[in-house]
Each structure stands twice: as C-alpha cells, then as structure tokens.
Write a protein that binds this ligand. Sequence first.
Ligand code: FES
Length: 111
Amino acid sequence: MPDLVPQPESPRPEPLEGVLEPWTKKVTILVCWTRQLVPENQDMIRILQYLGCLDVLGFYSGHYCWNATCNNCIFTFRDPRTGEVKTQRSCQTRVQDGLEIVHLPKDVHRK
Ligand code: FES
C-alpha cells in the first residue's frame, strides 16, 4: 500500500553554503526598492553574490579584488542607523538590518 502521509520537504539549501561567514539569522535589506532577506554577518559584496547579482564571468575573471584595491565594488546605500547616504566599497561594508542600496556597483545588475 502506498504511503499517503505527506512527507515534509527537505529545506532548500542556502546559496553559498560553506562560503558565507557564520550566521544564525537573516536581516532585511532593500535592493533597488525590493525587500530581500539575507544572512547577517556578511560583507555586502558577498550579499550581492548571495542574491545572484554578480556577473559570473566578472566574478571569476578577477574583476573584483575582494580586498579594497580595485574599487569595482563601490556602491551607494542609506545607513539605517543614521539615515545618511554613503558611497563605500561593498567588500568593506558589513550588511545590517534595514540597509537600503541606492546604487549598485557599476557592473552589478539586479536579478
Ligand atoms: S572588490 Fe575590489 S575594492 Fe572591493
């Protein structure tokens, strides 16, 4: 007789498992007026990768240094603590709850 009891779905794997910094909860950010839930405790460039916004070719061709040298990751955001609009390197900016991206880095596209 077939099993008629619905089986729980296995949880969907998180993108970038094993790559992300340790995290226990998600925070809400706005990416071009779209609300996104993303893991806490990450640099913003990693969050853009997590969201699938980084061009794969650019990502693997060394377009991003991930180390505050190339400036290709510069983005503009509203700081939720102060309301101030800031332009900084996304590889040097930690995600925080309520952060609002105003302008993505020049070669990053919203998905
Ligand atoms: S990735 Fe090069 S400065 Fe941020």
